[in-house]
Design a protein around this ligand. Sequence first.
Ligand code: MN
Length: 258
Amino acid sequence: MICHKFPNVPSSLNLLLLSDLHIGANIELGLLQSELDWARKNKARILINGDVFDMILPSDRKRFAPSTLDKDLQGVDDIINKAIDKAYNILFPYHDLIDMIGVGNHDAITKHHHIDPVLLLIDKLDKRILHGDYCGILTYKKDYKVFYHHGWGKAASINIKSFSQALNLVEDVDMIWLGHLHTRMVAHSSRIGTNGKLRDIYFVRSGSYLNHYQVIDQAKIKKSGRESKYGQEAAFSPFGLGGIKVNIDQNLKTTIIL
Ligand SMILES: [Mn+2]
């Protein structure tokens, strides 16, 4: 895990919390780009909590389907190179805003393919960017602590249980941020501090950019065949798509920007 401090940030700090970009698959790129543009306009720092890449590769007989690849990755042998190029092209215009890129289960291909695509992406984008590993604690300003973990478990409908599980992992934080399940959500709670005062804690889960329920017209399905959609077959809920926008003001008060 990573433990890192960002002490020198604006007194009113905007964060854009992203995860589950799944670059390399067919994603809702327009949504991602509009969020990145929001970050530019509002001088937000961008953090990416894993699954930057989809990395469902042809050697994965269980999950790979050619139709699920982004068109820029089709018909090439060096799919991993092309996925890194694609992520670079999407993120480069915003590289100066990105503070961290972490690893999710889809990026963790080191065991089978002997490569860390997140490290290669960071090398290409901007060597200043923090490699976030799978989890860590980021401290903003004097003492605002965010615990992030890419996540665990099988995709399900709204799942609040993983937040109480995360509370068993970490103490004394202002925000717990997970990804992975693709079920975008925000919850606010508090804990009794050792001084007897209540301390706010926010639970956030950033969503993905995968839409399992795109409507396909008859001409396309009859010409090109049906596309494999694991989310439909498993009856996944359609989820809320996209990241989470946050403001932390000069008094370290959290506002989720909806
Ligand atoms: Mn994911």
